[in-house]
Ligand binder design. Sequence first.
Ligand SMILES: [Zn+2]
Length: 677
Amino acid sequence: MVKSKKKIAILICTALMAGQFSVGIFQPIKEFSNTAYAKEVNTVKKAKNVIMMIPDGTSVEAVTLARLYYDLKKDGIPGNDSLNMDSILTGLVKTYWQDGPITDSAPGGTAYSTGFKSEDKHVGVLSTKDGNIPKSTLLEAAREADKATGMVVTCEAMHATPADYASHVANRNQYNSIMKQMVYGKFDVVLGGGDRQLSSEARSADGKTQYRKDGIDLRKELKNMGYDYVTNKNELTSTKSSKLWGIFAPQAMSPDIDRERLTPEEPTLQEMTNKAINVLSKDKDGFFLMVEGSQIDWAGHANDPSQIVSETVAYDKAVKAAMDFAKKDGNTVVISASDHSTGGGTLGMVGLGEDIGKSYSSVTFEDTIMKLTKAKASSALIGSELKGKDENTIKTEVKEYFSFEDLTKEEITEIQAGNLSSVISKRVGIAWTSNNHTAGDVGLYCYAPLGIEKLTGLVENTDVAKYLEKVTGLDLALTTDKLFGNAKTEFDKLGATISIDASDVDNPVVNVSKSGHILKLNGFTDKGTFDGTKVNFNGVIVLITKDGKTYNEKDIYIPEDVLTKFKEYVNAGKVVESIVKEVKPVKPIKPIKPIKPIKPIKPIKPIKPVIKSSPVKTGVVTAKSGLNVRSSNTSESSKVGLLKYNTSVTIIGEEGGWYKIKYGKSQGYTFKSYIKF
Ligand SMILES: [Zn+2]
């Protein structure tokens, strides 16, 4: 609560600062109820567009490492180059969650998307004494205000941060419910990875795991809804559609530093950001775009020095894309703020410099971060490939990817144990405090056009949402009322009874009956039927479940539009024209390019032993000794024995006598290599 004297002082101060604009059009200052530190921001105009950028898991120290790396890699001269985000730094963000100091991404991102601190693993859901209730996100509020909406990530689309903006679940692992909400939420642009959760045909690399078991193909649904569905950089570049899903990998996309080598067909975060801005900015009502540098966090979890700096620099290029647009546009606010820190990596490990006869304070750039500028791969990825390998292989690979030629016996032993990241970290002087998240404040970055005050100082993560609400004029509370009425309460008032059919847990159906009529609502979609006639609603039906298996009729949330149409139906006794008609017509689009049919991946019986010339083009084989394997599709040099004996691999294609394979996974990566029989 702010005392009125202080409030007046703030108003006068801001009025003076904004002297060139007409004074006296400030809206009444809104009272914030969630935190004591809520930021009061005054604007003399509204922002038409918002680009919210989240470098997941990026500590202040990680930005320092990335800046040093970028600066030295560019020209070897320290101090003359800075990151793009450096120019818009405005403060720090406190990231703690409802009950503790170290947040998970789910409540961390929920604070940014809804303005509420929440419980561990909660996505777009607030825990209250009345249970877990969905709260509107800024992305949904923008959609309801007829703005274009989009999300760009390098993780799977249903991962915590994008889920925080587009869905409502009590546990972030409820991927199938999240993906349905993302699809039926009708956001205009979604770019990232995660094809596996869209189709019941998709399987894991080893063919054993089927992620969707409900027979649904959400890619077909997207096509029916008028989206163009693209799967590589070329298709992304050439599409002209205003409604666009681009899913470029079955799971996560490649780490930026490995992309050219492993999956050159994938676009970069900057390319995806540019495309999203290009598509969304055509909407005359403005847009809300969320961009996540998803894998900085994973590099922190893996304590991977080469990935954390390269991934942060890749993210910074996306920040540049956003800033370039915002500066030209003059009506766009750009915010960048991490949801938490991860890994606790700092330059300054215990004993730094001792092995080269120096004190920490006489260690030079060449002794430390300069060495990292020669890295050509993420060390976690190469590290897992080198686990258990012979000395020669290790020496060759470490020389090729990290330019270290003088590995000690101890270091080789450490790499054989799978700890390459630790070896590289020590070589460059980086120490880590955790394989998980840490509690440190994170950097706040804000760009706002003339006439809109920036968010500055030490703020709560929830203040970011409140700031964006204020500067755009979007109203989260009103949107929550519009999208998430409690079904039990509302239908009780109308004398209707409800029950849930949860026999298919990913596709629960809510049955509403009154006077012999039945309304069926399909969970996590915008669809239903009135006595068998199909109806679309404006908004998604959300059922909150703690365990992901059981549903309770008290925890069903429905958009206002369901009630409006239900009343209309019951009054008329039949489905009338206005009910069947969609409330929000889909924008007209150009004819859709047919979706590239994805071959069903049937698990093939392992073929053993491996024969000289493999008769299979796709399928699962068991690798044996003597195979030629190379981890690069750009280098012809073959590496023998990189693959563990008896590793199951999936052949996904053939190029010039080399079979392209996928095998194993770690930290969310699927390893891709080439193999020769
Ligand atoms: Zn996170």
